[in-house]
Design a protein around this ligand. Structure first.
Ligand code: NAG
Ligand code: NAG
Ligand code: NAG
Ligand code: NAG
Length: 200
């Protein structure tokens, strides 16, 4: 009887250890890097600030590092085939804007006249979107993390670094959260500009 209890205890300890080991084991790459399920338009909508990213094409990494800030905005009217995708980028105190209509197919959309295929990827960060950009039929890959926040928690960054590592891409460039963002191009901004012109 006594033996039986000791054995039972040993089994329990073994099981507990085994459970905690398997819990803390790092996720396999196929779990870590996968397209998100059909992205929810309500979640995707709005402005997202670029937090960190990696590029497979090394010469462009330096360009990314020199960027002060950038952001994207998805404007939808609830129609996934009619989404306005706007980008802004700040570099050397100048702002650059582009805007184009896109159409979401599954988790992907085509950008830049078909040369870029952008896929929403899975991320466990609740207020982030993770975009994988396949450029020129897979010649280059960009892997970009955006968030509503300018700076993420260390464990969120760890997940992103692990994802980048899974893709065998260079360590990510992390943006400086204190750098200014471009003002959004809105009807209000244009009005302000006009008022400014009248005053000068
Ligand atoms: C979405 O846009 C497409 C193409 O412009 C149109 O055919 C469709 O009726 C729209 N759907 C909704 C729900 O507005
Ligand atoms: C996007 O589509 C809307 C109407 O569907 C149009 O008014 C707008 O000019 C388009 N924008 C661009 C950048 O093509
Ligand atoms: C993209 O396509 C449009 C219309 O087909 C064309 O006017 C434009 O020059 C193209 N841009 C590039 C970069 O190929
Ligand atoms: C874009 O990439 C996704 C994910 O790799 C793929 O499923 C989809 O077919 C691609 N779309 C096009 C038009 O190539």
């Amino acid at each position: 009887m006594w033996h039986f209890i000791v054995m039972l205890a040993a089994c329990a300890v073994f099981l507990l250890c085994w459970v905690s080991v398997s819990r803390s084991a790092p996720l396999a790459c196929e779990d870590l890097v996968r397209p998100s399920n059909q992205p929810d338009l309500h979640h995707v909508e709005g402005r997202w600030v670029f937090v960190a990213g990696s590029l497979s094409y090394l010469p462009f990494i330096e360009r990314l590092r020199q960027r002060d800030s950038s952001a994207v905005r998805f404007s939808t009217n609830g129609n996934k085939t009619d989404i306005l995708f706007s980008r802004s980028m700040r570099s050397e105190n100048k702002c650059y804007y582009t805007s184009t209509n896109i159409s979401l197919e599954g988790s992907s959309f085509i950008y830049d006249n078909g040369s870029v295929n952008i896929t929403f990827m899975h991320t466990s960060c609740h207020d982030c979107i993770l975009l994988s950009c396949d450029v020129d039929s897979g010649t280059r890959q960009h892997f970009y993390l955006f968030s509503k926040r300018r700076q993420l928690e260390e464990k969120e960054m760890e997940e992103f670094r692990a994802q980048v590592e899974c893709l065998n891409m260079p360590p990510p460039v992390v943006m400086d959260p204190t750098k200014q963002l471009c003002p959004e191009e809105t009807a209000d901004d244009q009005t302000e500009e006009k008022i400014g012109e009248q005053n000068s």
